[in-house]
Design a protein around this ligand. Structure first.
Ligand SMILES: [Mg+2]
Length: 177
């Protein structure tokens, strides 16, 4: 069904466990969520392109440098690759201001991905995230949205911004086999 589709993945709360009221500021604070390393190779078989779009306000707040973020991401990508998965490119928004054009739900990171990979078709894309801002980001662009209730289990489904809801990325990867 999703062959030649693009998968847009949020990071915190989808790929790794979100740290309540804080940020992942070093690799030793980064924990892959259950089943993610097993899910990514399955998703890689289905999706022609997999990109990550992550708000990282901790950079704008001066808690983490871009270099430090990139170190964390390189280690994350190494682990993903060792397990047979892939993430083709990572986009992050360092800005603090909610109105920043790169900060989800604004579409800047999707536009950057489309610029890098012109064959991306948003109407043949899935956005997986754990916030309504992720769902809004996807819906505005005509994507199919998948909600992961890792940090907001109280958000009920059906919901106008959600096309599907799975408890974690592993269950999503199983559902599309
Ligand atoms: Mg998140």
């Amino acid at each position: 069904m999703y062959k030649n589709w693009t998968l847009f993945l949020d990071r915190d709360g989808v790929i790794n466990d979100e740290i309540p009221d804080s940020y992942v500021l070093s690799w030793d604070m980064f924990r892959f969520s259950n089943g993610v390393l097993e899910a990514l190779p399955l998703l890689a078989q289905h999706f022609g392109r997999i990109v990550m779009v992550t708000n990282q306000r901790c950079i704008g707040r001066g808690l983490l440098t871009v270099n430090e973020l990139e170190t964390i991401h390189q280690k994350m990508l190494d682990q993903v690759a060792q397990h047979g998965g892939r993430i083709d490119k990572i986009y992050f928004c360092p800005d603090v201001d909610n109105s920043s054009p790169c900060r989800k739900p604004q579409s800047g990171m999707a536009m950057a991905a489309k610029h890098d990979f012109p064959d991306i078709d948003f109407t043949r894309s899935v956005m997986v995230g754990n916030t309504l801002s992720d769902m809004e980001f996807g819906k505005q662009l005509g994507m199919t949205t998948v909600f992961i209730p890792s940090t907001k289990p109280q958000l009920a489904f059906p919901h106008p911004l959600m096309d599907a809801r799975f408890n974690d990325l592993w269950l999503f990867s199983q559902a599309i086999q």
